[in-house]
Design a protein around this ligand. Sequence first.
Ligand code: HSE
Length: 296
Amino acid sequence: MKRVTVRVPATTANLGPGFDAFGCALSLYTDVTFEETDEGLEITGCDEAFTGPDNMAYTSYCAVLASLSEEVRGVKIHIDAHIPICRGLGSSAALLVAGAIGANVLRGNKLSTQGLLNITNAMEGHPDNLAPAFFGGLTASMVDNGLPVTVNFPLHPDWEFLALVPDFNLSTPLARSVLPTQIPRADAVYNVSHGAMVLKALELGDEKLLRNGMQDRIHQNYRKSLIRDYEKIEALVRTTGAAFCLSGAGPTLLCITRQRDLQKKLSKKLHDITEANWEMMPLHIDFNGAQILKVE
Ligand code: HSE
């Protein structure tokens, strides 16, 4: 076996109050092909800046080989990315997941998906994008004794996800640097209680409960100022009754609703009130998680 292609879904992390814990896989994909060679590292399909050994598909590929005590030989990596980069839709997690699965498949599938999650989580530091990228659906994760533990939650079938993706990016380290390292107890209570409501509302299909539960005091307020148009868009979405949150660390904003015409309702007004260019991406939940598309 010399070549494998892995498809990994986009993910939206946090879902409002579930900071660093909740995540959901969405129907937008990055495909990565790994082919073992005798000629060092070659990465194609992406910007020149990402073709070095710090490419995340390669770093996780190497991390998995290291954990198997296997030698890193030459590898050609081809990336066909449809998940926008640095937009809060899990593009980095997708590369880490692809690299881990690619290495595991090429060396005889010795590790379980949980084993691959353990390795990639040690690299990323929080499992909220990684877990749904591996397993699909809606997940909540905790890190216990250094290891991620993930559970899937049921989702009502009628939810529509509308991602509003701007033409500017935001680095996750910058979006994390503005967060306080300590929070008041009242804010912790606020997030725990709201987070529980979000999971139940997503299961029941209860849009009002989701709208009210999907509020947070740990990260979104601190990140707003990094995202042009955030407050105007939030106010606009709230007039429609849809639930609203920051997708991951941003800058993508996410609406969750059962209304089939939300995109139509928002489209003209969104353009009128914003300075940046925001693309509307209607997405569905991906229930499969990462898939091996082809092995040769
Ligand atoms: N939970 C993470 C954050 C997601 O909000 O910073 C991005 O990696």
